[in-house]
Design a binder for this molecule. Structure first.
Ligand code: SF4
Length: 497
């Protein structure tokens, strides 16, 4: 990973609750996860089955509709995608700004009341105050993410007009880019088949020209927005808001078609290479399906076949497998097919969900090496999910350890192995089988508690040998104990007592 770290995904307070039939009860699979994933890194996510790590991977990709929190994606900008929620926010600016005012007022009133309460009463009221704080900051973020900090004040109609103009240009450019991709495919097909491609070439050039004109118009519209910003820079009211517009795309707010456009960027490799491949499709069809869906090719022709063979070769699959069906392969080969299917569309971010867990140990290392090579060649970012710490040791730049819906420790991979600070991480490390003679394997005892009704205080306290009274009642804070090393524990390991 380069020193210059650029955030690709910013996950804030992400919650994923699944309702049970009995009203009012939820399985809290993810209970407030906050995490940045950097471009080009491999982030290892570890924990026992049922800790919520697979749910997190799928929720980030919006395969589940998230219950709460934000998932911001920076692989595309708001102007690239021009999502509908951007226009909705701008159209309703007055209403949204009034909402911010109301929610901040409610928060401040509650805070004033809270400050006068006894400690016991404060304990009862703090959830209400937290909810009010969150509602106020969410209302602000909604607007600030789209239009930046200056919007709240004067000249609202000019601000709206400037943004609406910017939005409509961005939308046109997005549609033109899709059209250009199709035209390029037609051109490449014609050239590959030695047909005269001059008409297609003209079309691509003409779309390029229109896009370049739009780029200029969009630049001008951004300058118009900046000009509106300037007079308010010294306004004290302005200071209340974020000065910068957040260029990220809020994945949870995209429409079905918008998220489909992003699917190409965001891919997943599943654990079970048996059930994740359609048994009625050949390898060529399996890999080709996404290529046609994402307009990378328009039809199954020789040029597409050549491309599929190249992808198969990159993934260690022989060309003569092209017309074979999944049942004709071993587990390791099937997982190579899954990898080829995911990577053929040239994604930016791939969730590898227990991608090697179903494979023999000897095959596991081959697949990990393959993923590592492909990552370097194609500048990929992985979220590598596994229950087995030893698997992520070599592939991950950083590791996050999850327990019962929460992150309990997060640090660079070697730091997690060298100086684990959370008793749960220590227990996972102790349970790794080893060939060292004197090292005893310690299996973590007790079952993981129910995520419907998790233990109070520290959720790990029912299984932790360091548990004291405070652990049973007070949720430990998420603290940075060394640069980029975070942990949530009252009695972390290695700390002075
Ligand atoms: S907070 Fe207490 S119970 Fe939880 S991991 Fe730390 S020592 Fe164990």
């Amino acid at each position: 990973m380069s020193d210059e770290k650029k955030v690709l995904l910013r996950i804030s307070n992400l919650k994923q609750y699944f309702p049970l039939k009995k009203r009012g009860l939820y399985v809290k699979a993810n209970d407030g996860i906050t995490l940045d994933i950097y471009e080009g890194e491999v982030f290892g996510l570890v924990g026992e089955s049922g800790c919520g790590k697979s749910t997190l991977g799928r929720t980030i990709l919006q395969l589940y509709k998230q219950t709460d929190g934000r998932t911001m994606y920076y692989g595309k900008t708001l102007d690239d995608l021009a999502p509908k929620y951007m226009l909705d926010t701008v159209k309703n600016l007055e209403k949204k700004i009034a909402e911010i005012g109301e929610k901040e007022k409610k928060r401040d009133e509650l805070q004033a009341h809270y400050d006068k309460l006894s400690e016991k009463e404060q304990f009862e009221k703090h959830a209400e105050l937290d909810a009010a704080k969150k509602a106020a900051s969410d209302a602000l973020l909604d607007v600030a993410n789209i239009v930046g900090g200056f919007m709240a004040l004067k000249d609202l109609s000019r601000v709206k007009a400037a943004y609406e103009a910017n939005y409509s240009l961005a939308r046109k450019r997005r549609d033109l880019r899709v059209e250009r991709a199709r035209a390029q495919v037609e051109h490449d097909d014609a050239a590959f088949e030695n047909r005269n491609a001059s008409a297609q070439e003209e079309k691509v050039k003409s779309i390029d020209k229109q896009i370049a004109d739009l780029d200029r118009e969009i630049d001008a519209s951004v300058k118009a927005i900046d000009a509106l910003r300037q007079p308010h820079m010294n306004d004290p009211e302005f200071q209340k808001f974020e000065a910068m517009r957040d260029e990220g795309v809020d994945l949870a707010r995209l429409t079905y078609n918008e998220i489909r456009l992003l699917r190409q960027d965001l891919q997943i490799i599943f654990q079970d290479p048996y059930s994740s491949l359609n048994p009625r499709m050949t390898v060529g069809q399996i890999i080709g399906e996404g290529l046609i869906a994402h307009n990378i090719f328009r039809k199954n022709n020789d040029r597409m076949k050549e491309y599929i063979l190249k992808v198969m070769d990159d993934c260690g699959l022989q060309g003569y497998f092209l017309h074979r069906f999944p049942y004709q392969f071993s587990g390791g080969q099937r997982q190579r097919i899954s990898i080829a299917r995911a990577l053929a569309v040239k994604p930016k971010f791939v969730v590898c969900d227990e991608a090697v867990s179903a494979l023999d140990v000897s095959v596991q290392s081959q697949i990990i090496n393959l993923l590592q090579d492909l990552r370097e060649q194609q500048d990929l970012t992985y979220l590598f999910i596994t229950h087995d710490l030893s698997v992520v040791k070599y592939i991950s730049d950083r590791i996050g350890v999850m327990y019962l819906g929460n992150m309990v420790e997060l640090a660079a991979s070697d730091e997690i192995f060298r100086a684990p600070a959370h008793p749960y991480t220590r227990a996972l490390l102790d349970s790794i089988p080893t060939t060292e003679e004197k090292k005893e394997i310690k299996v973590l005892e007790g079952d993981i508690p129910s995520p419907v009704n998790p233990p109070s205080g520290c959720k790990f306290h029912t299984r932790c040998k360091y548990c004291t009274e405070i652990c049973e009642h007070v949720t430990p804070a998420w603290e940075e104990i060394a640069p980029d090393h975070f942990v949530a524990c009252h009695h972390r390991l290695g700390a002075e007592s």
